[in-house]
Design a protein around this ligand. Structure first.
Ligand SMILES: CC(C)(COP(=O)(O)OP(=O)(O)OC[C@H]1O[C@@H](n2cnc3c(N)ncnc32)[C@H](O)[C@@H]1OP(=O)(O)O)[C@@H](O)C(=O)NCCC(=O)NCCS
Length: 147
């Protein structure tokens, strides 16, 4: 059986997930995550981005860490119930006690699986903390490449 091509509204440009970033989370928002417009609540998206952003820093933290800053957060397109969301991330900076990551979120709309729309991008910083909640040095330092 062949499927008919899916028409895409003109204002939703296609996007290609980045090849230099790692897929760290996939999730589908549910009706309970909606705002009064019927789109997905921005705070829900921010929570998912915070979780997704922590995945790579956790490899280097070797223990507890905390989100110290959301340096940038852009909602480029609304997120809808049933979208299949893919969160891509990469490490962009490593400091003495902190790690900063970029997170990009792509939606596959129902029923347009395989067609990606970039809905959100963000930059977040995580700090390695000790048992007293004070900053500690990043114990495992990744090799950073230019680019
Ligand atoms: C995270 C926390 C331990 C940092 O303590 P602090 O005394 O402010 O620490 P510092 O000022 O020494 O900063 C620690 C690191 O964070 C970085 N940092 C601080 N503010 C920053 C900002 N706005 N943007 C980017 N990095 C920032 C510093 O540059 C430093 O990194 P470096 O050592 O790699 O250079 C403390 O702020 C805290 O407990 N915050 C609450 C965390 C939390 O509850 N997060 C969840 C929110 S619901």
């Amino acid at each position: 059986m062949s499927l008919a091509p899916v028409a895409r509204p003109a204002n939703l440009g296609p996007a290609t997930p980045p090849s230099d970033e790692e897929l760290v989370l996939k999730v589908i928002p549910m009706p309970a995550d909606c705002n009064a417009n019927g789109d997905i609540f921005g705070g829900w998206v921010m929570a998912q981005v915070d979780l997704a952003g922590s995945v790579i820093p956790a490899r280097y933290a070797g223990g507890r860490m905390a989100t110290v800053a959301v340096n940038e957060f852009l909602f480029k397109q609304p997120v809808r119930v049933g979208d299949l969301l893919s969160f891509y991330s990469k490490l962009v900076r490593i400091g003495r006690t902190s790690l900063t990551v970029k997170v990009e979120v792509f939606a596959e709309r129902i029923p347009a699986q395989g067609q990606f729309v970039k809905v959100t991008e963000a930059t977040l910083t995580y700090v390695c903390i000790d048992e007293q909640g004070k900053p500690r040095e990043v114990p495992h330092r990744p090799a950073m490449t230019a680019g």
